[in-house]
Structures are given as C-alpha cells and as structure tokens.
Design a protein around this ligand. Structure first.
Ligand code: SR1
Length: 347
C-alpha cells in the first residue's frame, strides 16, 4: 500500500473511530493492559501484536517465537496483552490502530474483535490473524491446519480403541482452533458409529486445567465405562490427565490431546501416563511464521491468504523411546516441525 492511500485510509478511520481509539488507549493504561515494545521509532517496520492472553504454555511459547523472529528481522514490535479479557482486546486493537503500525497481528481474537479489525483494515493497515475469528476477506490467516491436527489425534483414538469406545469430549465453542477441531471430531464420530460421546465438558479461563480436571472427574464417575477422552488442547489434556490419575483409572482411560511444551512432555512421558498421544506443531515456530507473515504484509509483499503450519502426531511412547524431555529435542527428532519455508522472507 502506498503512503498516500495509507494516509487517506487512516484519516477516514480517525473520523469513524478516532475518539474511541483515544479513549481506548487511556482505558488500557488505567486497566494495566500491557502494551510493551521491543524497540522504538526509526525506519524499521512496526508490527503491533494483540494477544488475547499469554497465560499458558502454548501462548507464551508462541509469543517467544514472535519476539525472536521480530528481532531477526529488525522489527519494532508493540505487544498488547489483554490478559484473557475480550473487551480489553478490542480496546487494544483500537489502540494499536491509533499508532498506525505497518501491520497488526491478532492472536486468538474472538468474534467481538471483528469491528476493530475492520477499522484497522479500513485505515489501510494489513491485519494478520492467528487462531482468530475475524470475518473479513482482507485478513490473512495463520493456523495450525486444525482439521489435520484434530484428525491425527482422533485417528490415533480410533486405532487404539478399534473404533468402539465411550468417550468424554472436552470442547468450548467460540475459539477458532477449537471450532475447526470440533468439525473434524464430528466427522470422525460420523465415520465411526462405534464411538459414543457420553459427555461433553470444558472451560477456557485462567484456571482451565483445574476446572477441566474437576469436570472430567465428575464425567468419569458418572460414566464408569468410558475408555477415551478426546481433549484437543494441552490445558484440556492436562486437566483430563489429573482426573484420570486421581481416580486411579490410568489402565482403562486414555487421553488424546493437542499441543506440546516442556511441561506437557513431562506429563506425556510419566510412567503409565493416560495422556498417550498429542497432535502438535512447535508453538514458537508457529509464532515465527505468524510474525514473518505480518512482516511480508507490512512490506507490501504477497503471502498466501491462508497460511497453514502442518502438525505432527507425537506419542508418549515415542518420547520415552527417544529420551525426549524438551520441545527443542522434539524438533530435532521431528524436523518437519520447523517450517522456515512457510512465509519466507528474503532480505
Ligand atoms: C482456547 S484455544 C487453545 C488452542 O489455541 C492454540 O491454537 C493451541 O493449539 C491451543 O490448543
């Protein structure tokens, strides 16, 4: 986008939402929502990152990938962390738009962020979304190929159970990756009528692991013949693991999850861990891909409109066999998890 178009667009957006954006910045400061910066003004491109939260393994690993890639590309990064507050993330997006960055990267925005993202686009600012629900064709999306990811771990469940099992499902609607994984789970159930989903549980908040553990315990006590839990998010899988262990059901109930972190690997490799398989990317590699995609948009270059990072299936047995205890070791053992070829930047 040339400078003239950009200035025109921004002026239009100021008329529509400038006062609001100004209020939003003030609200952000008062509420303590953090807008941190890795550097300050010069000729470097500025990329604003609006994160819904950074409070769990996946999100912090993802952000560390964003930060290190920004450093490599000499990007001036402005990070807004809404700490899980969806209204705050909308204000953060308005504040980000007001500083006129060269691109905005939205992480895990829920449906309510769409108008603020549209304002940014109307102001001529490219918007890249990771795992966000933004209904506008101008947005470039980055995801972990969530249908494939869910299929990998669900297929392992089908293979281990012979397609016949009573299953507890952990799911919360409204989160883009979980909704996409849910579509696949529905397909897998249709294709395998022997799978009987006897309970659906789930919560996403700052106590996800603990609350999912409580819910899973109740579901397992009500349904003693359950043999599998489909939990395609690591905090869900960790909560389900706690529940199975507290009830002493490790030999009869297996958990099929998603994501990876050093802490997850410790759980997956415990003796008799019920969490037997996870479908995953390397979260920091995904953060790097998202940052490169935003960088290319900031520089006015073409990218795919939908950037997909492929996942791999990892079992607890493989981790134990290979002596893997960290994500860094996992990436060495599974080189496909490193995807430098996706959204490549040539300088
Ligand atoms: C509440 S959404 C959780 C998911 O977001 C990321 O995409 C991770 O893969 C995690 O499973």
């Amino acid at each position: 986008m040339n400078t003239f178009t950009r200035v025109l667009g921004f002026a239009a957006a100021l008329v529509a939402g400038g006062a609001l954006a100004a209020c939003s910045s003030a609200a952000s400061d008062q509420s303590g929502s953090s807008a941190s910066s890795t550097g300050s003004g010069d000729d470097r491109p500025t990329i604003a990152v609006s994160a819904r939260t950074t409070d769990s393994d996946f999100y912090s690993l993802w952000l560390s990938g964003v930060k290190s890639e920004a450093e490599k590309l000499n990007v001036d990064l402005k990070i807004y962390d809404a700490n899980g507050d969806d209204s705050q993330q909308i204000l953060d997006l308005q504040s980000a738009t007001a500083i006129q960055p060269d691109a905005i990267l939205v992480d895990h925005g829920l449906e309510g962020v769409t108008p603020a993202a549209v304002d940014a686009l109307d102001a001529g600012i490219p918007v890249v979304s990771f795992d966000s629900v933004i209904d506008d064709d101008r947005v470039t999306t980055v995801s972990q190929s969530d249908h494939d990811l869910a299929k990998l771990t669900a297929d392992q469940l089908v293979s281990d159970t012979g397609g016949s099992a009573k299953v507890v499902y952990v799911y919360v609607a409204g989160f883009e990756p979980l909704d996409l994984r849910n579509e696949t789970w529905e397909d897998v159930k249709t294709a395998n009528p022997g799978l009987q989903q006897v309970a659906q549980i789930g919560v996403v908040n700052e106590s996800t692991v603990v609350q999912v553990a409580e819910q899973a315990k109740a579901a397992l006590q009500e349904n003693p013949d359950v043999t599998a839990i489909f939990a395609p998010y690591d905090d869900f899988a960790k909560g389900a693991t706690q529940a199975v262990q507290e009830l002493g059901l490790q030999s009869s109930v297996k958990i099929y999850g998603a994501d990876i972190s050093d802490a997850d690997i410790a759980v997956l490799t415990e003796d008799s861990s019920p969490w037997v398989a996870t479908a995953t990317t390397d979260p920091s590699n995904v953060g790097a891909v998202a940052l490169r995609t935003a960088y290319l948009k900031a520089e006015g270059q073409e990218t795919d409109s939908s950037v997909l990072v492929p996942p791999a299936l990892v079992t607890g047995q493989e981790l134990r066999d290979k002596g893997i205890t960290t994500v860094a070791q996992l990436v060495t053992a599974f080189p496909s998890l490193r995807t430098d070829e996706i959204s490549p930047v040539t300088q």
